[in-house]
Design a protein around this ligand. Structure first.
Ligand SMILES: *Cc1c(COP(=O)(O)O)cnc(C)c1O
Length: 409
């Protein structure tokens, strides 16, 4: 069959790793191999009439890089293929993505429900900023979907969740919460950073908008900030596009290009990091100086069954409680957690995640320091807790690093 069309010519028929290398590529007249970087703020029109037509929306060319640019398009299109989304918009940071996604769905007088275990900045937006703008919010324990159903009000316009949560890797049942949202005419927004687009598909489970901090696994090499919002054409092109166009939380062409190139290696990196994370979870769970590990695909996880159902792998993130130095290992003190982190060598103390370099964080004294003692403990963040983002180093070196450091306690 000389004229048969190769089905792989349609990127939708490619598997994720192939989409991540080729998806969204839009070559210029020069036929460059690697994607070109369009480092420009504006665009030139052939005539005044052409400019008028562009502003009238009669052709879909670019106008100004606050709202669109060929480098954003390539990154957004590649993300859409991976996520199975109709449309996407990139933003300057992950927080810009979350804030824009939530703000695009509410106005004064509305109400938002959110799960309590959220990335610090996300919780601040929901708990502190929304009420300042006349949008009430209710924060609940997201582990039980019934809590969402109970918190819904006639004016609830959005539910916002993160799963697995930061830093305790609690899970929220996306499908059950999507059904509750839709029964009340609200949208479900999911921050999918911890699971990555490879291992959890919120849109397929019923979510309406998905957000990422692309700073994390998508760049994954500690170079630049970015974010992305994905969803239906309707929500993205009307609601999300308009707020980005008019308020400007836009990504830069350079960062969009770095993230586009980051996607080429996303599957390779995340699969390797996840294999090491699973091995570390096993090692730590059996160690006498570790009280508990939190890893969605480890049998000891209280929501193990949901983790197996909702996520296709356990992710690159885990958390652990180090037995305290109180005689029987109980009590809430941080001495041993600090000792462990300080004795690690390959694994660095930092607060980023999803990076090629393994990173350990003590949430109670850093990322969640702003929480009151009560809020902190309610969110499951005691002083014995360490969060680990597993990197690309040799997996055995990571286990050896922990074995040595645990011996120092
Ligand atoms: C990092 C992170 C954010 C914020 O992203 P930035 O790129 O740092 O602005 C939001 N949600 C989660 C779950 C994150 O890990």
């Amino acid at each position: 069959m000389a004229n048969a069309k190769n089905p792989l010519a349609d990127p939708k028929n490619q598997r994720a790793a192939t989409q991540l290398v080729h998806g969204g590529t839009n070559r210029s007249q020069h036929g460059e191999t690697s994607e070109a970087l369009y480092l420009n703020s504006g665009f030139i029109y052939d005539s005044s009439a052409a400019a008028e037509a562009r502003f009238m929306g009669e052709d879909d060319g670019h106008i100004y890089s606050r709202f669109s640019n060929p480098s954003y398009d390539m990154f957004q299109d590649r993300m859409c293929l991976l996520e199975g989304a109709e449309a996407a918009r990139a933003t300057a940071t992950g927080m810009a993505a979350v804030t824009t996604a939530v703000m695009s769905q509410v106005r004064a007088g509305d109400h938002v429900v959110a799960s309590r275990a959220l990335f610090g900045g996300c919780r601040f937006v929901v708990e502190d900023y929304l009420p300042r703008w006349g949008v009430q919010s209710t924060i609940i324990d997201g582990r039980d979907p019934e809590n969402f159903a109970r918190a819904m009000k006639p004016n609830t316009k959005a539910i916002f969740i993160e799963t697995p949560t930061n830093p305790t890797l609690e899970l929220v049942d996306i499908k059950a919460v999507a059904e509750i949202a839709h029964a009340h005419g609200a949208v479900l927004i999911v921050d999918n950073v911890f699971a990555t687009p490879l291992y959890q598909k919120p849109l397929a489970l019923g979510a309406d908008l998905v957000t990422y901090s692309a700073t994390k696994h998508i760049d994954g090499q500690g170079r630049c900030m970015g974010g992305v919002i994905l969803g239906s054409k309707e929500l993205i092109e009307a609601d999300v596009h308009t707020i980005i166009r008019q308020t400007g939380p836009t990504i830069s062409p350079f960062n969009a290009w770095v993230l586009l190139k980051g996607l080429e290696t996303l599957a390779l990196r995340v699969e390797k990091m996840t294999a090491s994370a699973a091995a570390l979870a096993d090692f730590l769970a059996d160690h006498p100086k570790i009280e508990k590990v939190f890893y969605p695909h480890h049998k000891s996880h209280p929501q193990y069954e949901l983790g197996m159902r909702q996520m296709s792998a356990g992710s690159t993130m885990l958390a652990m409680e180090v037995k305290s130095n109180a005689g029987d290992g109980s009590g809430d003190n941080q001495e041993n957690a600090f000792k462990l982190a300080d004795a690690l060598s390959v694994i660095k103390i930092s607060n980023n995640l999803g990076d090629a370099k393994s990173i350990i964080t003590h949430p109670a004294t850093t990322t969640h320091q702003r929480f009151s003692e009560e809020e902190r403990l309610e969110a499951g963040i005691n002083r014995k807790l360490l969060r680990l983002s597993v990197g690309l180093e040799d997996g055995q070196d990571l286990i050896d690093d922990f074995a040595f450091a645990l011996d120092q306690i």
